[in-house]
Design a protein around this ligand. Structure first.
Ligand code: NAD
Length: 353
């Protein structure tokens, strides 16, 4: 076994159908008495439900979370938190809402309690992102890691099927890249394999019946494990490509991950054969990149960047961006091969290299 370091990130997890009712006692455990509930405008009803459960421990709702955490929104939320005398933030929603909570925690001592309703995994990481003048800056800071996470699968039943599938494959991407991370370790490899398997089982069942609570539980459990991998080890080419495509061409987050992942894995396949075997085994398949491609396609997810707003004329620039400030990657970045990867993802071809 190769030498490795492992520092476990602290987090308390409450998992299970109906666990949302524990929110008040959980913020009390954090020593908080006035919680500001964060949500997107679309999830206001759910935020109100959380507010009602908090009773006299609620400070109010801030319902303006949006994708990629614009600095203006972060500043507004920080101001509201301070005006209301909040001593804790409860982020109920997807990665965008958790991201807003992190932006508040970054400049205050407010602990975050996250209640994820997608599979993005942000609740398990000390990674934050804030967008200023069109540029998304990301960083790691232990202050932004949510102190407590409530995973209640019943809250994900309303997640539309297309977003369930793409968000699930977004989670798989964290685990897949964690398997070949330069700073990976056997503990994270176990979580990655289990997370991919749970998500791979769940997505077809969710597509057949979005109200299937067993499948929703499997998916959220998978998301937890995959998010934990993202929080503990460094990501590689796939995340770099998605960061560039999302940040500079405004492509939707989960769909971009879904389309790019098979191609990024194909690019790396010969340089990370053991990781590919783990992914393939977890998905009961022979070939890891093809298994991810088929998981997306057979569950109705997009497979071509051209179908989610990418323009072919921008592929050269995307390739240029991906070559800058490179993340560690099993296979060195080769410009011609990378440009081919982007072309394949643009066309939606089966992954090959
Ligand atoms: P999102 O949070 O933007 O949510 C997308 C939409 O789905 C929103 O309108 C939201 O209100 C709605 N929604 C969420 N859950 C729902 C539910 N259960 N039912 C119905 N509607 C629901 O999407 P996302 O993919 O979860 O998050 C993407 C963002 O998270 C990106 O900005 C990405 O960069 C960030 N992210 C950060 C990390 C990290 O570690 N920092 C990790 C993953 C993603």
């Amino acid at each position: 076994m190769k030498l490795f370091n492992f520092t476990s990130l602290p987090s308390r997890v409450i998992f299970g159908d109906g666990s949302l009712v524990q929110v008040k006692q959980e913020i009390e455990l954090l020593g908080a008495k006035r919680a500001l509930v964060l949500c997107t405008p679309e999830q206001r009803v759910l935020a109100q439900q959380v507010l009602d459960l908090l009773g006299n421990s609620a400070a109010g709702i801030f319902d303006r979370a949006v994708m990629h955490v614009p600095i203006e929104t972060a500043q507004e939320a920080r101001k509201v938190a301070s005006e209301l005398g909040a001593d804790c933030a409860v982020a109920v929603g997807g990665g965008s809402t958790t991201g807003l909570g992190k932006a508040i925690a970054l400049v205050s001592t407010l602990p975050i309690l996250a209640i994820p309703t997608t599979y993005a995994g942000s609740e398990m990481t000390p990674i934050y992102g804030i967008t200023e003048s069109g540029v998304k800056k990301t960083g790691r800071d232990s202050r932004v890691l949510p102190k407590t996470v409530i995973y209640d699968p019943s809250l994900t039943v309303g997640l539309p099927i297309p977003l369930s599938v793409t968000s699930g494959i977004n989670a798989i991407a964290h685990a897949a890249e964690g398997l070949y991370a330069h700073d990976g370790n056997p503990i994270m490899n176990l979580l990655a394999a289990e997370g991919i398997a749970a998500m791979g089982r769940a997505l077809p069942d969710i597509r057949n019946n979005p109200a299937d609570l067993n499948a929703r539980s499997d998916a959220l459990y998978g998301a937890w494990l995959c998010g934990t991998v993202l929080g503990h080890v460094g990501m590689s080419l796939h995340h770099k490509l998605c960061h560039a495509l999302g940040g500079s061409f405004n492509l939707p987050h989960a769909e971009t991950h879904t389309i790019v992942l098979p191609h990024a894995l194909a690019y790396n396949a010969k340089h990370a054969p053991e990781s590919m075997q783990v992914i393939a085994r977890a998905l009961n398949a022979a070939d890891a990149p093809l298994a991810i491609y088929n998981l997306a396609k057979s569950n109705g997810a997009p497979t071509a960047l051209r179908d989610i707003g990418m323009h072919e004329k921008d592929l050269d620039h995307a390739c240029h961006l991906a070559m800058q400030n490179q993340y560690p990657n099993p296979r060195p970045l080769e410009q011609v091969a990378l440009r081919q990867l982007l072309q394949n993802a643009f066309e939606g071809e089966q992954p090959h290299f």
